[in-house]
Ligand binder design. Structure first.
Ligand code: DP6
Length: 312
């Protein structure tokens, strides 16, 4: 019997311009263009997929723990898309391991579905191009379509594309400050749907976000750190303002998140050396250059006490 098994790894990514809202809920087509940087191995997922006619159903082991609930359901639905697309009938055993501690509050759906898409097609012996792979990963989770590439990536429609290789600006880092390890109460999927349906601030965002995308692309292209930092903070602030304007409102930022924003402001008094950005959770992503990582970490620890920090 032929063994259909493969292992693949993908890193998570941090959005400089956030994807928020879908034009098509089922196919996961985004309302707006997003721009991201794929992170390093410190924030990655490695997944092994085995397809076999002997398996009566799909199974999932995540960080050594057998999953049966919602997580397995999401993976199984994604495998259904693959089975339908490539006329495959076998069930699969999926084993997935994150490089970061379990339950540390870092979302793993981007790296998770990118690695799952890669390992699945490889296990099935299917050769597809990067765009098709990105489009496939998108069906698991929108942000995953950006994680099939390294470097700097943009996503507008059905697939993401690399705009600059990692080596274009290798000094850029994401200092991730874990201030809450709890799993978020409201998923980004549910929250973004509610924002699209109820927020006027979000309608306004859609009219300005494309210009901001161009500014971020320009800042990356010219390696203009102050411009990049200023623009990503603006975009993060706008996203969380839209969440505040969502009815009923959605709050991901906590007092500690705001405290970090204050620390960033203080660090940038003389010279802009760091920019904050927050996804659908309270943990801060502090974008900075390699030469400032140590000082950013020291400043955060001095104000926040002994928080966990991962450098991505
Ligand atoms: C705030 O990709 O997790 O991180 O497509 O519904 O699975 P689904 O959502 P998801 O949303 C990510 C939202 C974000 C911004 C971003 O990464 O662009």
């Amino acid at each position: 019997m032929q063994i259909k098994k493969a292992t693949a790894s993908a890193s998570s990514n941090i959005a400089f311009i956030k994807y928020w809202g879908k034009k098509d809920e089922e196919k996961i087509i985004p309302m707006n263009t997003s721009v991201s940087m794929t992170l390093r191995d410190s924030v990655s997922t490695t997944t092994t997929v085995t397809f076999s006619s002997q398996f009566p159903k799909d199974t999932l082991v995540l960080n050594g723990k057998k999953e049966v609930g919602k997580k397995l359901e999401k993976v199984s639905q994604f495998l259904d898309i693959i089975r339908k697309k490539f006329a495959v009938h076998e069930h699969a055993a999926v084993e997935s391991q994150n490089s970061f501690p379990t339950g540390c509050g870092i979302a793993s759906s981007a790296s998770g579905f990118a690695a799952l898409a890669m390992a699945s097609v490889e296990a099935l012996g299917i050769t597809i191009g990067k765009k098709e792979l990105s489009a496939l990963a998108r069906r698991g989770s929108g942000s995953a379509c950006r994680s099939v590439y390294t470097g700097f990536v943009t996503w507008s429609g059905s697939f993401a594309e690399q705009i600059y290789e990692k080596k274009h600006w290798p000094e850029l880092r994401d200092v991730i400050v874990i201030i809450d390890a709890e799993e978020k109460k409201m998923s980004s999927r549910d929250a973004m749907k509610r924002t699209v349906e109820t927020s006027d601030a979000y309608k306004k965002r859609l009219t300005v976000v494309d210009d901001r995308v161009e500014v971020v692309k320009q800042a990356i292209g010219q390696k203009d750190f102050p411009l990049l930092a200023k623009t990503i903070m603006e975009d993060s602030d706008e996203l969380h303002a839209c969440l505040k304007d969502t009815k009923p409102n959605v709050k991901y930022l906590t007092e500690k998140s705001y405290k970090i924003i204050e620390v960033v402001r203080r660090m940038n008094m003389d010279q802009v050396i760091v920019g904050y950005t927050f996804d659908a959770g309270p943990n801060a992503h502090l974008i900075t250059l390699e030469q400032h990582v140590e000082s950013v970490v020291q400043n955060i620890k001095a104000c926040m006490g002994d928080v966990s920090i991962i450098i991505g």
